[in-house]
Design a protein around this ligand. Structure first.
Ligand SMILES: *Cc1c(COP(=O)(O)O)cnc(C)c1O
Length: 452
């Protein structure tokens, strides 16, 4: 018979601010497999820490989102937000599903082109488009979404130079009842800037205004804000039809739907509070269908949903380096990944599970990363069973904004593995190496040698 491991009994101090003794219970269920692939085997083969993405998770979420909108509205198109996760294998899963690309820089634009997305299906957003970016978008017939008047004038000049009338949209910002308002991007609805831009584009007649775009915020928990936004977008489109006898081809409602993560300081778990795709779709589609468009003039509805489609499909696997007691008696556990690779730890209380069996004892712990930096805190407070050096943990809901916002700081960034629908693991990004980091460095010859 296998000898059971001894664990010392523990007297627990009850900290104020913790929900109740059952409140975080689900956080310490052992999580040993991702899509039937063993966490231990993955770490053994690819090293620790390791990002893992579930292809099944992405495709199922995507189908759920598409279903929610196409059940309610006849013309729907998704465009994958590259900055949310632009590992090419991830982008291509979305493109295989029929998603266009949504990019916010020349770098992302070229990534989408290189992935094979046709130019007219790459939506070019963002406030910083260089002349080279604009020329390239015009040549490839990509819809340019104009952010400010300086950009409007520059696109007009470059279009004249090329002798074409490119298709453009303008970004609108507005009061949707959510504060602080996101009014730094695009043209404001309430103060008349939006109409100013519309008049300038249509009357100058050098650019073809085909769409209106908005992106009202991120991690939005309020479907009603989208209803307000859709109403205002429809109002502009109908105003353009009345004034200029011109139909707007598409309304792009941007992204921003919350994923099932838990924001820091929120009382309830994100899985219980984040609205579903159905709730967001109901708010947007009802507002558009009620707005007064003729049936054959309904604009195409574009969605640039990012985090809500990919967050839950991403996992970060890691290992325990050490445990210690803090001065106030709390347990501290040091992990081999920190805020350098888990950027979203600044915003979320991620769900973290041990990856092996354990006894029923639990204790409130602080989880630290490996950096020599006081800010390197993965969780300020987390109820976990005692973890030993070498034990493994799984961080949930990390698919959005970590594999793009991670920092190369102090240590190298980990590998990324994709688990396909048949449970095969594929390496989709190598672990960084000293050479891969230093490839861009240049040493002036007089600094090459030294004597110590
Ligand atoms: C970031 C961004 C998105 C995606 O936002 P999520 O919050 O990840 O859904 C969509 N559109 C634009 C213009 C963006 O900047």
């Amino acid at each position: 018979m296998k000898r059971l491991q001894y664990e010392r009994p523990l007297i627990q101090r009850v900290n104020t601010g913790i929900l109740n003794k059952f409140g975080t219970r689900t956080e310490f269920t052992p999580f040993t497999h991702i899509d039937d692939v063993s966490v231990k085997d993955l770490l053994q083969q690819y090293g620790s820490p390791l990002f893992v993405i579930s292809e099944k998770g992405i495709r199922e979420k995507y189908h759920e989102a598409v279903r929610a909108f196409t059940n309610r509205y006849p013309k729907v198109q998704f465009a994958w937000s590259y900055k949310t996760n632009y590992i090419n294998a991830v982008c291509n899963i979305f493109h295989q599903e029929g998603s266009w690309a949504e990019v916010v820089s020349g770098f992302e634009y070229n990534k989408a082109l290189q992935n094979g997305v046709p130019g007219e299906k790459i939506i070019f957003n963002g406030p910083d488009k260089t002349d080279e970016d604009i020329r390239s978008a015009i040549a490839n017939k990509s819809p340019l979404h104009i952010d400010h008047l300086d950009e409007l004038y520059r696109i007009t000049e470059l279009a004249e130079e090329a002798g074409v009338k490119p298709e453009v949209a303008i970004r609108i910002n507005m009061d949707t009842g959510i504060y602080p308002m996101w009014d730094r991007f695009g043209f404001n609805y309430e103060n008349g800037q939006a109409w100013d831009a519309i008049n300038k584009i249509i009357l100058a007649n050098k650019l073809e205004l085909v769409g209106l775009h908005c992106h009202i915020g991120t991690f939005m928990l309020s479907p009603s804000a989208y209803a307000v936004a859709a109403g205002k977008m429809a109002d502009l489109a109908l105003g353009i039809r009345n004034k200029f006898k011109k139909n707007i081809k598409y309304l792009d409602m941007g992204g921003g739907f919350a994923s099932r993560n838990t924001l820091k300081g929120s009382y309830l778990q994100g899985a219980d509070t984040s609205p579903s795709f159905d709730q967001f779709a109901e708010a947007i589609c009802t507002a558009l269908l009620n707005a007064g468009f003729l049936q054959d003039e309904l604009p195409l509805l574009i969605l640039e949903t990012g985090r809500a489609l990919v967050d839950e499909a991403g996992y970060l696997l890691g290992s325990v380096i050490s445990n210690k007691r803090l001065a106030d008696g709390r347990r501290a556990t040091i992990l081999d990944f920190g805020v350098n690779v888990l950027f979203t730890a600044f915003w979320y209380d991620h769900k973290i599970s041990p990856a092996q069996e354990f006894s029923h004892y639990t204790e409130d712990s602080v989880l630290y990363g490996p950096l020599c930096m006081n800010i390197d805190v993965v969780r300020e407070n987390c109820t976990l069973p005692p973890l030993r050096k070498g034990d493994h943990v799984v961080v949930h809901t990390v698919g959005a904004y970590n594999m793009t916002q991670w920092m190369q700081f102090i240590s190298l960034r980990p590998a990324v593995v994709l688990i396909d629908k048949d449970r095969n693991a594929h390496l989709i990004r190598n672990r960084e190496t000293l050479n891969s980091i230093e490839v861009e460095e240049v040493m002036p010859s007089y600094l090459k040698d030294f004597k110590l």
